[in-house]
Design a protein around this ligand. Structure first.
Ligand SMILES: Nc1ncnc2c1ncn2[C@@H]1O[C@H](COP(=O)(O)OP(=O)(O)OP(=O)(O)O)[C@@H](O)[C@H]1O
Length: 692
C-alpha cells in the first residue's frame, strides 16, 4: 500500500494547480459583492471591498460538512511496550488491522477500511490541520456564517483494558486520541486570522469586534468556564433564538488574550469543584468566537458593566467543541449510577448531534435540535448559513483498537448519512452515468466548478458475501479533487504565500507530504507488527476495498460523466455495471458489521434528567416560599407582642401560615420520593442490561 497523505496533498495540489475554478472570476459570497468590488476598484477604493471578495472565495463552494480523521503517532510508552501501530493511512482512506483470535487461539488480523474527506496521518502538523479545516472558513464568518468545528474520539484517563494478543494476556494503558492536541491550537489560530480581518478598513469602520466565550456542558447542565464555573441557564426567545443567560463574553483584541482565556477555561474545566480530569472527559467544552457589529455609541453612554457585547449584533460565529470522550458514552452498564447517567447523557448528545448534522445536510425542514443540550446550544450555529468540520481523532495502538473502530464507525455513519456522503439524496449526482465511458468526451467538460463530487451509488448496509466483494473491488470512485476544489485557492498550502490575507505567523512550514509518509508509516507498522511472521493474516474484507483513483483516471471518469450527461441515455449494460459496482467505501464499512451508533437514548434517562432539573427547581422555589413564610411569621410574632393584640387573629393566621408551610414541604417530599423511585428503577434496569 502506498503510504502518502494524498488527501491533504490533493487539497493543496488542486488549489495550487489552478484550473478553471481559479479563473472563475470574482467570486464573492454573492454577485452583489463582486459588483461592489469592481465598482470600488474602478474608483480606486479597492481597499474598502470586503476582504472575502478580494480573496476570490466563494462560500457556496465550501462543503457544508467536512469530515476528517486524524491519527496520532504512537507515544513513547506505547513504543516502549512494543505496541503495534495497527492503523495505516493511504490517501483519503485508512485501514485498521484488528488483532483477533480464532476459537483455536490462532491469531489473525481483521482489516477494516474507511474513507473520509481527508485522513491526516501522524506526520501532519497542527498548522496543517488548521489550514485544511478552519482557515478556509474564517473569511465567511464575516458573511453571516456560523461554523462549528468538532473533535471526536476516545478519551481515557488511566483506564486499563485487557486485550488478548497471540494467546498472551497483555495490559495496555490507553492514552487519549489527540482531541485536545488537535483542538487546542485551532481557536488561537482562528482568532489570529479573525483579528487580522478585523483590522481591514471595511470591518474596522463598521465597528466589528471579536468576542470570546467558553463554557461546558456536563451532565446536561451548562457551566461558564470563564466565570468560576457558574451554572448557566439556556433560554429560547420568541424567535427561537437560543440565549445562554449569564454567559460571560469577553472582547478580544489580540491573540495573547485569547490564549489566556483558553488557559483559564481549561484550568476551570479540569479543576472544577467536583471535577478534575475525570470530569473534563465527560463534558463537552465549547469555545465560541463571535464577530459582532456594534452601533456607534457615544463615549458618555458607553455601557461599562462588561455587557457591551449585548449591544452588538452577531455577524458570524465559530464554535470549537471538544466533545466528551466517545467511549464515555459506553459507561452505561458498569460504574455507579451517576456515571451511568452521565454516560447516557453523552450518548444522547452524540446521537442528537449526528441526527442534526444529517438533517441539516439533507436540507430537512425539521432539525431535531431538542435532542440534547449540546444540539440545543448549537442551534444558532446550525441554522442559516452554517459549516461543520468534524475531526475524528484516533489512536494507532492495538490497545485502542475497539475505541478506534467505534470512533471511525460513528464518523462514517455521520458522513454516509449526509448528502455529500450519500448520492441517493442528490439527484444531480445520481443522474450521472458510470465511469467507464470514453475519455474523448473530455472536450465537452464544463468548468470543474460545475461538477459535483461523484460517488457510485451506495448500497444500504447489508451482509454481502465475500466473493461479491472481490468483484466490487475496483469500483470505488470519488472525485476527490473536485471535492477538494471546493476549497478556495487562496487557502491552499502552495498558494498561501500568494494570498496576502492568509500569510500567518512567520515560520509556518510548508507541507512536505510525499517524502516521508509512504515508508515511515509502513515501517512503523511492519517493524512493530507481531503478526507478519507468526500469525495468519485473515483479510476478512468487512468493507470492500477502496481503490484510490489516479489523477488520469479521475479525468477519464469525469469525461465519461460529462459525456453521459450531455448525451443522455444510459444503456443497460452500464446501468447494470453501475449497480453491481455500487458500493461506496464509506458505507461499505458497515457491511457485515454492526453499525456503530452510541446507544439510543434511554427514555428513562431522559425522564430522570428532566425530573432532576424539576426537583432542584422545586427545592429552590420551596426555599423562597419558606423565606416568605418566615417573614410573615416574624411579622405575626411582632404583632402578637403588641399590647392589645387579638390572640384569635394570631391563631387563625398562624394556622394558615403553617398549613402553607406544610403543603410546600409535602409537595417537595412527594417529588423527592418520585425521583428516588425513578433512580431505583433506572438502577434495576441498567443492571438487567447485558454488559457489552
Ligand atoms: N498528532 C499528534 N502528534 C503528536 N502527539 C500527539 C498527537 N495527538 C496527540 N498527541 C499526544 O498524545 C497525548 C494524548 O493527546 P490528547 O491529550 O490530546 O488526547 P485527548 O483525546 O484529548 O484525551 P484526553 O481528553 O484524555 O486528554 C498527548 O500527550 C498529546 O501530546
Amino acid at each position: 500500500m502506498q503510504q502518502s497523505n494524498a488527501a491533504a496533498t490533493a487539497f493543496y495540489d488542486h488549489a495550487g494547480g489552478g484550473g478553471s475554478f481559479n479563473n472563475a472570476g470574482p467570486a464573492g459570497g454573492d454577485a452583489g459583492d463582486a459588483v461592489m468590488a469592481r465598482w470600488l476598484q474602478s474608483a480606486g477604493l479597492q481597499h474598502l471591498a470586503s476582504p472575502l471578495t478580494s480573496t476570490g472565495i466563494d462560500q457556496r463552494l465550501l462543503p457544508n460538512l467536512l469530515m476528517q480523521v486524524r491519527k496520532r503517532p504512537l507515544n513513547k510508552k506505547e513504543i516502549s511496550r512494543k505496541e503495534d501501530d495497527i492503523v495505516t493511512v493511504d490517501e483519503n482512506a485508512l485501514m485498521v488491522h484488528e488483532p483477533k483470535l480464532k476459537v483455536d487461539l490462532t491469531a489473525y488480523v481483521e482489516k477494516h477500511e474507511f474513507c473520509f474527506d481527508a485522513v491526516l496521518d501522524e506526520h501532519v502538523t497542527n498548522d496543517e490541520v488548521y489550514r485544511v479545516t478552519v482557515e478556509p472558513i474564517i473569511p465567511i464568518i464575516f458573511q453571516r456564517t456560523k461554523a462549528t468545528c468538532f473533535a471526536y474520539g476516545q478519551t481515557v484517563h488511566g483506564s486499563v483494558v485487557l486485550l488478548l494478543i497471540s494467546s498472551s494476556r497483555n495490559m495496555f494503558f490507553i492514552s487519549g486520541s489527540g482531541k485536545t492536541f488537535t483542538m487546542q491550537p485551532l481557536p488561537l489560530r482562528a482568532a489570529q486570522d479573525l483579528i487580522r480581518f478585523l483590522h481591514q478598513p471595511v470591518y474596522h469602520s463598521q465597528r466589528f469586534k471579536l468576542w470570546l466565550s467558553y463554557f461546558e456542558i456536563y451532565g446536561g447542565k451548562l457551566f461558564d468556564l470563564l466565570s468560576d464555573r457558574k451554572k448557566l441557564c439556556m433560554r429560547e426567545d420568541g424567535r427561537q433564538q437560543v440565549c445562554i443567560v449569564g454567559l460571560q463574553e469577553f472582547e478580544v483584541l489580540d491573540v495573547q488574550v485569547v490564549k489566556e482565556y483558553i488557559e483559564r477555561g481549561n484550568a476551570a474545566r479540569s479543576t472544577g469543584s467536583t471535577g478534575a480530569n475525570e470530569e473534563s472527559s465527560r463534558s463537552h467544552a465549547i469555545l465560541q468566537l463571535a464577530i459582532k457589529k456594534h452601533p456607534e455609541i457615544k463615549e458618555s453612554k458607553r455601557n461599562n458593566d462588561g455587557n457591551e457585547s449585548k449591544s452588538g449584533k452577531v455577524v458570524g460565529k465559530i464554535s470549537f467543541i471538544d466533545l466528551a470522550g466517545s467511549e464515555r458514552g459506553a459507561d452505561t452498564t458498569d460504574n455507579d449510577r451517576q456515571t451511568r447517567i452521565e454516560g447516557a447523557e453523552i450518548n444522547k448528545s452524540l446521537l442528537a448531534l449526528k441526527e442534526c448534522i444529517r438533517a441539516l445536510d439533507n436540507d430537512q425542514i425539521h432539525i431535531p435540535f431538542r435532542g440534547s443540550k449540546l444540539t440545543e446550544v448549537l442551534r444558532d450555529s446550525f441554522v442559516g448559513n452554517s459549516r461543520t468540520v468534524m475531526i475524528s481523532c484516533i489512536s494507532p495502538n492495538a490497545g485502542s483498537c475497539e475505541h478506534t473502530l467505534n470512533t471511525l464507525r460513528y464518523a462514517d455513519r455521520v458522513k454516509s448519512l449526509s448528502k455529500s456522503g450519500n448520492p441517493k439524496k442528490d439527484q444531480a449526482v445520481t443522474s450521472l452515468p458510470p465511469s467507464n465511458t470514453d475519455a474523448s468526451s473530455a472536450s465537452s467538460l464544463p468548468a470543474p466548478a460545475d461538477i459535483e463530487v461523484v460517488y457510485e451509488q451506495q448500497q444500504e448496509s447489508k451482509v454481502v458475501d465475500t466473493s461479491q466483494r472481490v468483484v466490487e473491488k475496483d469500483v470505488y470512485t470519488v472525485d476527490f479533487d473536485k471535492q477538494l476544489s471546493k476549497f478556495p485557492s487562496g487557502y491552499s498550502f502552495n498558494r498561501r504565500e500568494e494570498s496576502g490575507l492568509t500569510s500567518g505567523p512567520t515560520g509556518r512550514e510548508r507541507f512536505e507530504v510525499n517524502n516521508s509518509y509512504g515508508s515511515s508509516t509502513k515501517r512503523v507498522y511492519s517493524s512493530n507488527s507481531q503478526y507478519s511472521a507468526d500469525t495468519e493474516e485473515k483479510v476478512q474484507k468487512v468493507s470492500p476495498p477502496c481503490r484510490k483513483v489516479t489523477r488520469e483516471e479521475k479525468s477519464d471518469k469525469m469525461a465519461g460523466i460529462i459525456a453521459k450527461k450531455d448525451g443522455g441515455g444510459s444503456d443497460l449494460s452500464t446501468t447494470k455495471s453501475r449497480q453491481s459496482n455500487a458500493v461506496s467505501c464509506s458505507n461499505a464499512n458497515n457491511v457485515g458489521h454492526r453499525q456503530y451508533d452510541p446507544e439510543p437514548p434511554d427514555e428513562n434517562i431522559n425522564a430522570i434528567l428532566e425530573e432532576e432539573e424539576a426537583l432542584i427547581a422545586a427545592h429552590r422555589k420551596e426555599i423562597e416560599d419558606t423565606m416568605e413564610i418566615v417573614r410573615e411569621e416574624m411579622k405575626l410574632l411582632a404583632k402578637v407582642d403588641q399590647p392589645g393584640s387579638l390572640i384569635d387573629n394570631y391563631v387563625t393566621q398562624l394556622s394558615f401560615v403553617l398549613s402553607r408551610k406544610a403543603a410546600g414541604l409535602v409537595g417537595l417530599q412527594a417529588r423527592l420520593a418520585r425521583f428516588q423511585h425513578r433512580l431505583k428503577e433506572q438502577e434495576i434496569l441498567s443492571r438487567k442490561r447485558v454488559p457489552r
